[in-house]
Design a protein around this ligand. Sequence first.
Ligand SMILES: [Zn+2]
Length: 81
Amino acid sequence: MDTTLFRSIELIEPGDLVVYHGSITELHGLWLAVPCGCSICDRIDRFGIADVRFSLVDPWGEVPGPFHVRRASITRSVACA
Ligand SMILES: [Zn+2]
């Protein structure tokens, strides 16, 4: 496996393909990352706290993904480079 897959310091842009490796092991895999738009994150955003959370979207639109995902739980996939 290509080690560049795990460069976790890279910036994640909305719509990037990412690998989820967080606490919900059954959801590990490829997702599209978008900024979490829930009311909690919206409020945090207005307080100016720089703790960006993501919601993950199935690229094939078949299963609902996890939301409120920490940056540390996802890694940008090299597949979208
Ligand atoms: Zn959220």
